[in-house]
Design a protein around this ligand. Structure first.
Ligand code: WT7
Length: 637
């Protein structure tokens, strides 16, 4: 059993223990799992290289800890409850025994298709139980899965498959999201034209759309699994063998393939799920994320299933058929723990409370948020109208790279404060440093958030680019993991995340690199150069503001060019990266050495150019006035 914290005193005790002797603490948390061979040492680490190894020489298979370890006690209990996009379509549930059989069948299928331990399997699928089955089947045979969110474009999909040199792609004919049908196979076909490593494509039938099936490459899912055995021998994995790659955006254009490994990720996702959400046997847990993101990996699939939990998967969107959909689902399944993103809360709040009428939300015990800072208005609405003043809110701060929640209340244990992620979980040692790297100790300080000691769930490298892993996270501040976030520690020692301090923006809880969007804009034939910054957006948290320099205007005029730039970004990355505002400018504010002064553009986008600071190093100061004159939002001078 995972060590569950029940009281504030218990938390303080566990926290102190975990800091005094991290090895003993994390060794103990790993004891309850089934290992083929126990680890020799709990931890070996060095942040300079960096090299991080947990449960050194331990051997295991993660899926045995979901299935074999638990089948006797809850084989007949629900593992996955699936709610379709269309509320009138039939729901599906899979018990642990049923899920186990499906995982084995698909694992055998993958083996038959020639997938071996260490091979990469790309997954581009809608939110269906088969998506979870696919992840677990990969883990069963030691293949490395790489899920690519089904909202990404062909170009983005291809780029990620190529970086991972994926051997197999799992996809579907199409996907439903709200009133929209996404032609996934068609997009995949386009991507595959420039992804030569992919030998086989397995296609799940969902929308019954007409699709091209290429002979010798494409195979239907239902045909592929037909006749496969429901038993599959688990591959023995080293604790440090890769479990998955998940791509995320960074401050340069190229997406980063975050690598998580088996033993540490298993222990960390399971431990944090159990404690943060205070999950108890029999509870129904609902996380609204998509499995295309880390939240879905850790807190729809791995964390819950390793705890024998009932995890609800929802195929659709919060606002379809209407803005009451989440609450209908909570009511229908008597959801106990509910986990979502601030952007969803803000959009639902804006639509009014009539969507809550007649919905029984009394089953709710814990509410969670993740992905971006939650503003006080949204926090209070969540607390008062959804939680009816009786559910603790866990504002969970973490990242794709951290594998699991890092700073967060423990539900019902840690006193909460609106907009504060509160305190670090046991084993997590955050520190705040100034720009010179000096640690700011004590309370009431603000600076860069770093972590000074490893934890089991942390990323180990970037796929194929360890140097970039080092440079991105371990070179800014010596011997510290740098998160890229700004943070404040208040007078009570509580942490409040302030947002990114690098060139990464957070749009509706999706992380986007401004360079990535600029690269896409610059592909436009009429564009000379561009600079993208975030600006405060009432629903999305941050919106995307693009300043673009064009050589000449086409016949469509300014409006036409703006539109085609937006369409171009949608095509190259996907709709999530589409700029909200495109301002055509005569030039960008550059220093004499040619560096764009983004600070100025950020100020303009924030609507306050009254204090631009020192602009004397600019090559051409006039350009700033012209940018302010043409700004698309009101700007204070
Ligand atoms: C970035 C990580 C972790 C899963 C979802 C996003 C921001 C995340 C919070 C929070 C304020 C948050 C940070 C972080 N972020 N959670 N509770 N409060 N900011 O994962 O795409 O890797 O993005 O999201 O800026 O660095 P991600």
């Amino acid at each position: 059993m995972i060590n569950k914290i029940h009281s504030l005193g218990g938390y303080i005790h566990e926290y102190q223990k975990s800091i005094a002797n991290p090895q003993a603490f994390w060794g103990q948390q790993a004891e309850c799992f089934y290992w083929h061979k126990r680890w020799d040492r709990v931890l070996e680490w060095d942040f300079a290289s960096p090299s991080i190894k947990w449960y050194v020489n331990g051997k295991l298979n993660l899926t045995e800890n979901i299935f074999e370890r638990n089948l006797y006690t809850h084989g007949d209990q629900e593992a996955i409850i699936w709610e379709p996009n269309d509320p009138n379509e039939e729901t599906r549930t899979l018990t642990y025994s049923e899920l186990f059989k499906e995982v084995n069948k698909f694992a055998n299928t993958l083996r038959r298709l020639g997938v071996h331990k260490g091979d990469r399997v790309a997954i581009y699928m809608p939110m269906l139980p088969e998506l979870a089955i696919a992840l677990l089947a990969c883990a069963r045979i030691g293949a490395i899965h790489s899920v690519i969110f089904a909202g990404f474009s062909a170009h983005a999909l291809s780029e990620r498959m190529n970086d991972a040199t994926a051997k197999v792609l799992l996809t579907a004919d199409g996907g439903y999201r709200g009133s929209k049908v996404t032609p996934l196979k068609e997009i995949a076909d386009e991507a595959l034209e420039s992804s030569p490593s992919v030998e086989t494509v397995v296609v799940l039938k969902r929308t019954n759309s007409e699709v091209d099936m290429r002979v010798g490459r494409d195979i239907w899912w239902h045909k592929a699994i037909d006749g496969q055995s429901e038993e599959c021998c688990a591959e023995e994995m080293d604790a440090e063998d890769e479990l998955f790659i998940l791509y995320t955006s960074g401050s340069t254009g190229k997406p980063k393939g975050i690598v998580h490994t088996t033993g540490g990720y298993m222990v960390y996702s399971a431990y944090t799920f159990n404690n943060v959400f205070q999950y108890h046997a029999g509870d129904v847990y609902f996380c609204t994320a998509d499995i295309g993101w880390i939240t879905g990996h850790s807190y729809i699939v791995y964390g819950p299933l390793l705890n024998g939990a009932k995890t609800l998967m929802f195929e659709g969107v919060p606002t379809w058929p209407d803005a009451g959909r989440f609450w209908d689902i909570v009511d229908k399944y008597k959801v106990n723990q509910f986990y979502t993103a601030p952007t969803a809360l803000r959009s639902l709040l804006a639509m009014g409370n009539e969507y809550l009428e007649g919905k029984d939300l009394s089953s709710l015990k814990v509410l969670g948020t993740v992905g971006e800072p939650i503003n006080e208005e949204a926090w209070h609405w969540y607390h008062d109208h959804i939680g009816k003043n009786k559910c603790p809110i866990v504002d969970t701060w973490w990242q794709t790279e951290t594998g699991g929640v890092m700073i967060s209340p423990i539900a019902g244990v840690t006193p909460t404060k609106p907009s504060f992620a509160t305190l670090p979980l046991p084993g997590i040692q955050p520190i705040i440093v100034d720009n010179e790297g000096k640690e700011l100790t004590g309370n009431s300080v603000e600076g860069n958030l770093c972590i000074k000691f490893p934890w089991p769930g942390m990323a180990r490298t970037l796929w194929g680019d360890h140097q970039r892993f080092h440079d991105t996270y371990f070179s800014t501040f010596l011997n510290r993991y740098f998160t890229g976030d700004g943070v404040k520690r208040d007078e009570d020692g509580y942490y409040r995340i302030l947002g990114r301090v690098d060139d990464v923006i957070n749009v509706s809880g999706h992380r986007l690199g401004t360079a990535e969007i600029e690269n896409a804009i610059n592909e436009h034939p009429l564009v000379n150069e561009s600079a993208v910054v975030g600006y405060p957006h009432p629903i999305k948290g941050q919106g995307i503001y693009a300043f673009v320099v064009c050589g000449e205007l086409s016949t469509g005029g300014e409006e036409g060019i703006r539109k085609s730039i937006m369409q171009g970004v949608t095509k190259i990355i996907g709709p999530i990266a589409r700029p909200d505002l495109v301002q055509l400018v005569p030039g960008l504010p550059k220093t004499r050495s040619g560096k764009i002064m983004r600070r100025i553009l950020r100020k303009v986008a924030e609507g306050d150019a009254s204090n631009l600071g020192d602009i004397t190093t600019l090559l051409d100061e006039d350009v700033v006035d012209k940018i302010i004159d043409g700004a698309l939002l009101e700007v204070k001078r």
